[in-house]
Write a protein that binds this ligand. Structure first.
Ligand code: PMP
Length: 399
């Protein structure tokens, strides 16, 4: 008998499984709206010109391949924190932010989960929005936290269930951990307004909740890295000690390079040093130290004024293309007299929007259009060539 004969087959990954079905379809018109990676207007993966320039600079410099420190490339983590918190941020200026490089956003969440499981001095329960990114629950559960939910999406209005959100946070036990999507909520595309963020910050303060921000899309939502950091910076300005997971997968298109950062706000440089020492002890047995190349690319962009402003323009270009697809999709659906209210397609933020499950099934079966079974659509998969076919197919599936 084989040692592994009792291992049961697990279910396929709900997101990556969509790509398999797409690949197997031979129809010319097929569209993949499953994975949330950006595509250009020809439907192709996009390497940012600022990234190409950074790689040219790197390849013409004499660099070694030595190990990075456990917490990564120091200039990169400094610049990543500055990007998130803003150069003027009080804890940043007073050297009170503990920050480490991470294996993209997923790794940042996992380091955060493991650190909280080991050192958070109160009940180790994390509240996630319902729904949330599908990987949040297993990440935090495997880190050793208990996972619960708070209301977020209102199906009836296709908007934020703000009353439900407030009620659930108010009823959560004091000092619970709460996960907040900093911008471009995945999968709903619905964010709180700045006024609503201020109310959420007040509740978090009243109830002594611990805010853990996941910022996987800074710049990608509105086209401005500053505007997308509003919630994070507001919370910090209100004195919250936040945890923050950052990813450079989307905003620099560095998906496979796995560049991210995890940070914690501490009281002062002495406390920061203690937290840093423990972050190293958490990370060392996981993977010793992070990869070099992606952090060098990101840091080359973040540390050069010229490349930085080029990059800002490119982030805005990606955000604007998605926003224009939203406008076009809305106009075409309405122009085809598609039954239903479609205003949410224009008001949503980031790369996702949604359809119902039966509509999703109909699209896959009859129109060769693939998306996750919860109806999440990656807007980035739409372009000038396929958007009319997509809109017509949706219109048919709905009628
Ligand atoms: N958080 C959210 C909300 C996401 O959507 C993603 C990517 N899909 C991530 C984190 C992490 O992605 P990565 O590990 O590629 O940075």
């Amino acid at each position: 008998l084989s040692t592994w004969s009792a291992v049961p087959a697990g279910p396929p990954d709900p997101i990556l499984g969509v790509t398999e079905a797409f690949k197997a379809d031979t129809d010319q018109r097929k569209i993949n709206l499953g994975v949330g990676a950006y595509r250009d207007d020809a439907g192709k993966p996009y390497v940012l010109p600022s990234v190409k320039r950074a790689e040219q600079i790197l390849s013409s410099s004499v660099l070694d391949k030595e190990y990075l420190p456990i917490t990564g490339l120091p200039e990169f983590t400094k610049n990543a924190a500055k990007l998130a918190y803003g150069g003027e941020s009080k804890p940043l200026v007073s050297n009170s932010i503990a920050v480490t490089q991470s294996i993209s956003g997923t790794g940042a969440l996992r380091i955060g989960g493991a650190f909280l499981a080991r050192f958070y001095p109160h009940t180790k329960v994390i509240y996630l929005p319902v729904p949330s990114w599908g990987n949040h629950t297993p990440i935090f559960r495997d880190s050793g936290l208990e996972v619960k939910g708070y209301r977020y999406f209102d199906k009836k209005t296709v908007g934020l269930d703000f009353a439900g959100l407030k009620e659930d946070l108010q009823n959560a036990p004091e000092q619970s951990i709460v996960l907040l999507h900093a911008c471009a909520h995945n999968p709903t595309g619905i964010d709180p307004t700045p006024e609503q963020w201020k109310e959420i910050s007040d509740i978090v303060k009243d109830k002594k909740l611990f805010p853990f921000f996941d910022m996987a899309y800074q710049g990608f939502a509105s086209g401005s890295t500053g505007r997308d950091a509003f919630a994070v910076r507001h919370f910090v300005s209100q004195g919250h000690q936040i945890a923050l997971a950052q990813s450079f997968a989307k905003n620099m298109g560095l998906y496979g390079e796995r560049v991210g950062a995890f940070s914690l706000i501490t009281a002062d440089p002495e406390e920061k040093a203690r937290v840093d020492s423990q972050l190293k002890i958490v990370i060392r047995p996981m993977y010793s130290n992070p990869p070099l190349h992606g952090a060098r690319i990101a840091n080359t962009i973040l540390s050069s004024q010229e490349l930085y402003s080029q990059w800002e323009g490119e982030v805005k270009g990606m955000a604007d293309r998605i926003i224009s697809m939203r406008d076009k999709l809305y106009d075409t659906l309405v122009g085809l007299n598609t039954p239903g209210e479609w205003g949410h397609i224009k008001s949503q933020i980031g790369i996702f929007t949604g359809l119902t499950q039966p509509q999703t099934k109909a699209l896959a079966e009859r129109a060769h259009i693939y998306m996750t079974s919860d109806g999440r659509i990656s807007m980035a998969g739409l372009n000038a060539k396929n958007i009319e076919y997509f809109a017509e197919s949706v219109s048919k599936a709905v009628k």
